[in-house]
Design a protein around this ligand. Structure first.
Ligand code: BTN
Length: 234
């Protein structure tokens, strides 16, 4: 039984629900889970495919007692944890992380992470960790069909609720450890799961070879660290 979990049949975006609940006083670690989203979104204002009855759309609200800047690599730690949850249900573990916020299986996107922070004067920031994870989708719309996958397509017989509950437990624990220790506890595994390593990429104006992830969680492209940006394969 998971405490502080609010479930919705249909909601615009669980990230927005978490932020609104934060304004109304919701506790650190409160979780918001929807069967469907009508305005699910990813980074760069991309739409997140959120049909009913198929996938996990989850947000966890955090109130860390650190600056929002200190939380900047949390996405990567959460990515490693999402990959572990995925590997635990796959017949052959193989989840990878496409820096900075995607979980890939068989070279296709299985899950995305959207971390959004709001600062309220000198109070601790409100940080919302949103995870969309494709569980039961058997066929994606044409525009996603080549790029997306689900646990079902990857051969796992996973239950949505069990996956969602594992994610909630893990995100809450990850947030606590990340605030105490930063990215270090996840760095080795993050590097082992680095899907971009050795690939030719473009990040903003920079083109080159992805050469791994530094201790701050930045992507190295031809030796230069990139702190943020959308990565395109060349
Ligand atoms: C990305 O791939 O850019 C991140 C996708 C994050 C999608 C999840 S679904 C639950 C939560 N609510 C949202 O509107 N977005 C996140």
């Amino acid at each position: 039984m998971i405490e502080h979990l609010t479930r919705f049949d249909t909601i615009g975006s669980t990230n927005d629900a978490a932020r609104e609940a934060a304004a109304a006083g919701a506790v650190d670690g409160a979780a918001f889970l929807a069967d469907a989203q009508t305005a699910g979104r990813g980074r760069g204002d991309h739409r997140w495919h959120s049909p009913p009855g198929e996938n996990v759309y989850l947000s966890v609200l955090l109130r860390p007692r650190v600056t929002p800047q200190a939380m900047s690599a949390l996405t990567l730690a959460v990515g490693v944890e999402v990959a572990r949850v995925v590997d635990a249900v796959l017949p052959e573990p193989r989840a990878m992380i496409k820096w900075p916020n995607d979980v890939y299986v068989d070279d296709r996107k299985l899950a995305g992470i959207l971390v959004e922070s709001t600062v309220q004067g000198d109070r601790p920031p409100v940080v919302v960790v949103g995870v969309g994870l494709n569980v039961l989708t058997a066929a994606f719309p044409d525009e996603l069909a080549e790029r997306a996958t689900s646990l079902k397509i990857a051969g796992a017989r996973a239950k949505r609720d069990a996956v969602a509950e594992a994610l909630i437990v893990s995100i809450r624990a990850t947030a606590r450890r990340y605030v105490a220790d930063g990215l270090a506890p996840w760095l080795d595994e993050l590097r082992r799961r680095d899907w971009l390593g050795g690939k030719a990429v473009r990040v903003g104006e920079r083109r080159g070879t992805a050469e791994g992830i530094d201790r701050e969680g930045r992507l190295l492209v031809n030796g230069t660290p990139c702190a943020s940006g959308e990565v395109e394969l060349l």
